[in-house]
Design a protein around this ligand. Structure first.
Ligand code: FAD
Length: 386
């Protein structure tokens, strides 16, 4: 594989920064207050082709790697925005590229690349299974040329802002399986013109995230919309987890740099007791320390992305990048909040909004406990903890 071209990275970063300039702090702040979806921003990003970054050129996308996709999400967050509004298309792309049939790819990828079709939602989490994905209870039962889906999902984001949803459901009951990771299947559910009943109940969360509880009642999915083989869905989802961890790390790194930039600027400007507050070690050192941690996480993320794009094993690096980046962004958030004193809590400064937003990354899309369990077991060979 050729060495990374940092000039290309620079021009990609500049292009995203340019696009984000049209969506300043006030845009995100007002949406946050009204709990509205950033439709104009996502439209602009989609029309410019950035949401199709991972779609190969043969299907009309830009055929970029996970490193570039991460840079796009990082720069959105670093600009003060929140890429949580639109990241799903990148998160789930690997499942489609690796496991969908050629016919499915030709049907869906070109319109997604042209920004005519949105794949912004994926539904895995359930109230009774949580992080133990193999325990999901939503059933898809084959009836002739279709599957009938019944069950319940929780925290499923952007369903109302998407045309397609990637669904994980049980096709064989848990109790009947020797290997509990089998008997799960992945489907592409077309949300336009649902047959059966799909109730979408919005959930209020501490940030503007458009997440929902879903209730499936005899929802029909044509068998041709099953991705890959029946029963192997968990493996297909697992395959996508390294990409997801690298992308989420990138978002957290973008937030981390945003907090550092804001904290450093404010610490230079704000004068109390006759000198800039940043001259005090009590203010300066937490910012410096958080910066070092964000920069370290950034290197781990780039190493994970390099290996991923080279087709090398990257489970250890992808998991460590997610852990380090989510912790570093939260540390930077606290340093930024403390540096701003009371103003950190004032909405007009945007620190409290980003503080709420970045808190998510240690918990979702996967909790850091599960990341530590991965490192302990798979990297260090310690006994399995769950
Ligand atoms: C805003 C938001 C958006 C989301 N969007 C989506 C989405 O679009 N699609 C989707 O499918 N899901 C989505 N999720 C769900 C998210 O992926 C889950 O919340 C996450 O995986 C954790 O699952 P849980 O909340 O059920 O926690 P639980 O699994 O109940 O865990 C609770 C706590 O126990 C800890 N824990 C559990 N087991 C162990 C163990 N063995 N060892 C140590 N600690 C353990 C966890 O680390 C956590 O701290 C979203 C969540 C949020 C909050």
């Amino acid at each position: 594989m050729a060495a990374r071209n940092h000039d290309d990275d620079r021009s990609l970063r500049d292009a995203i920064r340019q696009l984000c300039r049209d969506f300043p702090d006030a845009y995100w702040r007002n949406l946050d207050r009204r709990e509205e979806y950033p439709k104009d921003f996502v439209d602009a990003l989609g029309s410019a082709g950035y949401l199709a970054a991972l779609i190969p050129e043969t299907y009309g996308g830009s055929g970029l790697g996970i490193a570039e996709a991460g840079i796009i999400l990082e720069e959105i967050n670093r600009s003060g925005g929140n890429s949580g509004a639109c990241h799903a298309q990148m998160y789930v792309m690997g499942t489609l590229l690796r496991h969908a049939s050629e016919e499915q790819k030709r049907r869906y990828l070109p319109p997604i690349a042209r920004n005519e079709l949105r794949l912004q939602a994926f539904a895995i989490t359930e109230p009774n299974s949580g992080s133990e994905t193999t325990r999901i209870e939503t059933r898809a039962v084959r009836r002739g040329d279709r599957y009938i889906v019944n069950g319940q999902k929780i925290f499923i984001s952007r369903v109302k802002q998407s045309d397609l949803l990637l669904l994980l459901a049980r096709t064989t009951p848990y109790e009947e399986m020797q290997d509990k990771t089998q008997g799960l299947s992945v489907f592409l559910l077309d949300l336009r013109g649902i047959k059966g009943k799909l109730q979408i109940q919005p959930l209020e969360t501490m940030m503007n995230h458009h997440t929902n509880a879903l209730y499936f009642e005899d929802v029909e999915i044509p068998a041709e919309n099953r991705i890959g083989e029946e029963g192997l869905g968990f493996r297909y989802i697992l395959d996508g987890w390294n990409a997801e961890r690298i992308l989420i790390a990138s978002e957290a790194i973008g937030d981390g740099y945003w907090f550092i930039d804001r904290a450093a600027a404010y610490a230079k400007e704000r004068v109390v007791f006759g000198k800039p507050i940043g001259a005090n070690q009590g203010v300066q050192f937490p910012i410096a320390k958080a910066y070092a941690h964000v920069a370290g996480a950034d290197l781990m993320r780039m190493e994970a992305a390099r290996k991923f794009d080279a087709g090398e094993k990257c489970g250890a690096e992808a998991n460590m990048a997610k852990l380090l980046a989510s912790e570093a962004s939260w540390e930077a958030a606290n340093a930024c909040m403390d540096t701003h004193g009371g103003y950190g809590l004032a909405r007009d400064y945007d620190v409290e909004r980003k503080f709420r937003e970045t808190r998510l990354y240690t918990i979702a899309p996967v909790s850091n406990s599960l990341i530590l369990a991965y490192i302990g077991h798979h990297v260090l060979g310690l006994p399995r903890s769950y």
